[in-house]
Ligand binder design. Structure first.
Ligand code: IPM
Ligand code: MG
Length: 366
């Protein structure tokens, strides 16, 4: 079977961090005989600059054909004034929606060498390894009606939180499946105390849970969940939640680990004909326009996103672990990009130096 990849570096620091991933992809071809058929294209502001749209139809079609899409980041101040319909983020949202990537895996893992770096106390975060599953194709992000309308003599802004049973069912199943492979604990978060969609969410997740008697299922209101995530995050294993709560809670969980620059994500859909799931991998961080083009960005989140691709799209879990351990050992050696340093007088590693170090650690793993 061939391994096809579509690479969309995007805007801001996207191209810099993706350049390091490309070197790592080549390493797997040269040293492990795992070849990838790679094509590259535009998404976000750079696509708008060239085509007047943040995602060209041809790019969308390519994304539907490949085994996995790897995305850097989209957006930047240059595009802030664009019409909503062509903003860089719309390109990303279109990919998620049209590929039907309903299950978004956002791990929050604290690397040992970075435990001191979290804003929380070391014992609260050391060894942390949780997974947030965010529903990604429905809810208030896509619900209709939406828009800004005239009502009497003023305007009203409307978005709709909407979930069907089948949408809840499928994301719940993906979360239970993952919990079975991990610590067999799943916490579902919603606001069933104030939202009907939350009541339905809780009912459907509970029903799906009957098919997974080994998984310990709990429910929490999302606001209490946010509180518990900062109080004692290690009580969680897998968390499943809707699109908007997942957006918020995953940023919160990310900061527990010290830096957004370390966190990957996978967005998975239904299996394709070859059995592989529709998939898009991207770092959790954004385009960081303030440091773009300066060689300062941390490529680890993007590198670790490729590790997730190895695991979830290409069934190469051992190679994914090899890459994750390479990143871990680089951090243990004390090699840090600027986002992972809080001491004065230490020269941070550049993006390329970080990539070099990971490649060296990969060589050492052979
Ligand atoms: C994320 C981002 C996106 C979202 C933006 C860029 C559209 O915040 O992936 O978490 O809100 O989903
Ligand atoms: Mg977000």
């Amino acid at each position: 079977m061939t391994n096809s990849l579509l690479i969309l570096p995007g805007d801001g620091i996207g191209p810099e961090v993706m350049a390091e991933v490309t070197r790592i992809i080549d390493w797997f071809g040269d040293k492990r005989g795992i070849k990838f058929d790679v094509t590259e294209d535009l998404v976000g502001g750079c696509a708008y600059d060239k085509h007047g749209t943040p995602l060209h139809d041809d790019t969308m079609a390519k994304a539907q054909e490949v085994d996995a899409v790897l995305l850097g980041a989209v957006g930047g101040p240059k595009y802030d004034k664009l019409d909503f319909s062509v903003k860089p983020e719309r390109g990303l949202l279109r990919l998620r929606k049209e590929m039907d990537l309903f299950s978004n895996l956002r791990p929050a893992q604290c690397f040992d060498a970075l435990a001191d770096f979290s804003s929380l106390k070391k014992d609260v975060v050391a060894g942390l390894d949780i997974m947030i599953i965010r529903e990604l194709t429905s809810g208030v992000y896509f619900g209709e009606p939406r828009g800004i309308f005239e009502e009497g003599n003023e305007r009203v802004g409307i978005n709709t939180q909407r979930y069907t049973e089948s949408e809840i069912d499928r994301v719940a199943r993906s979360a239970f499946d993952l919990a079975m492979k991990r610590g067999k604990k799943l916490c579902s978060m919603e606001k069933a105390n104030v939202m009907e969609s939350g009541i339905l969410w809780r009912e459907v997740v509970t029903e799906v849970g009957k098919d997974y008697p080994e998984v310990e299922l709990t429910h929490m209101y999302a606001d209490a969940g946010a509180m518990q995530l900062t109080r004692w995050p290690k009580q969680f294993d897998v968390i499943v939640t809707d699109n908007l709560f997942g957006d918020l809670l995953s940023d919160l969980a990310a900061m527990l680990t010290g830096s957004l620059g370390m966190l990957p994500s996978a967005s998975l859909g239904a299996p394709m004909e070859n059995g592989r799931p529709k998939a898009l991998y991207e770092p959790v961080h954004g385009s960081a326009p303030d440091i773009a083009g300066q060689g300062k960005a941390n490529p680890c989140a993007c590198i670790l996103s490729f590790a997730m691709a190895l695991r979830y799209s290409f069934d190469l879990g051992d190679e994914a672990t090899r890459l994750e351990q390479a990143v871990n050992s680089v951090l243990a050696e004390g090699i840090r990009t600027a986002d992972l340093l809080n001491e004065e007088g230490v020269t941070p590693a550049t993006t390329v130096e970080m990539g070099d170090a990971v490649l060296k650690a990969l060589d050492a793993s052979l």
